[in-house]
Design a protein around this ligand. Structure first.
Ligand SMILES: O=C(O)[C@@H](O)C(=O)COP(=O)(O)O
Ligand SMILES: [Zn+2]
Length: 207
């Protein structure tokens, strides 16, 4: 894919997230690997609804800022995911309401915050580990994500929000939307007794 097309895709996706309420204010950040091995990332403090193709930040895989506006302060945790998962070619971090609400609950299963009760989340995303709370931009976010990256496609940052990877930006976005919808269903279901998928049903979906 040409760099220009990649830039336009990121701008379009940011606007789509913003228009549909997945992103608000200047929260969240996106990145994707370019064919030349550098990273295209949203600038720090930018509104995902108002990105400009020529102002997107470019950084190399050492995290050095090459061009564009100053990159997201979370670019180090994005890099941790690229470095530790060869399948990861795009990263989406949002503060979307339902997943962020979930990230604030006490007593989450930190190995998997979303116990499956529908098939699609198993097929698309799998388990969602929880990273302990750190201040946004803290280097420990990257250190913890680096350890989890080889085994998972999605993560919940405690009291902060979700991070999802994909083979491209579209796939990462689709996975994020699927997870957000699942979190919404968890809150709709509330205290009702849920029939969770059985171990056999989950294994069948993974096979
Ligand atoms: O929550 C935060 O502050 C960051 O994780 C975030 O979402 C936006 O930071 P920038 O990408 O640096 O704007
Ligand atoms: Zn954030």
């Amino acid at each position: 894919m040409s760099e220009q097309k990649a830039r336009e895709d990121m701008v379009r996706l940011g606007a789509s997230f913003f228009q549909r309420g997945y992103a608000t204010g200047s929260a969240g950040n996106l990145s994707m690997l370019l064919d030349d091995g550098t990273l295209l990332a949203t600038p720090t403090g930018s509104c995902l609804g108002e990105l400009e193709a020529e102002r997107l930040a470019k950084v190399n895989l050492k995290g050095e800022w090459i061009s564009g506006d100053k990159p997201s302060k979370e670019v180090s945790f994005h890099l941790a995911l690229y470095h530790n998962n060869p399948q990861c070619r795009a990263v989406v971090h949002l503060h979307c309401a339902w997943l962020t609400a979930l990230s604030c609950l006490e007593g989450l299963d930190t190995r998997n915050a979303i116990k499956p009760f529908t098939p699609y989340v198993v097929m698309r995303v799998g388990e969602v580990p929880v990273v302990p709370y750190y201040r946004p931009g803290d280097k420990r976010l990257g250190e913890d994500l680096a350890k989890l990256a080889p085994r998972y496609n999605a993560f919940l940052l405690a009291n902060h929000g979700p991070v999802v990877v994909g083979k491209d930006l579209r796939a990462a976005a689709d996975n994020m939307e699927e997870l957000e919808e699942t979190a919404r269903l968890m809150f709709i279901l509330g205290d009702r007794k849920i029939r969770y998928l059985t171990a056999e049903e989950i294994a069948e979906l993974r096979s």
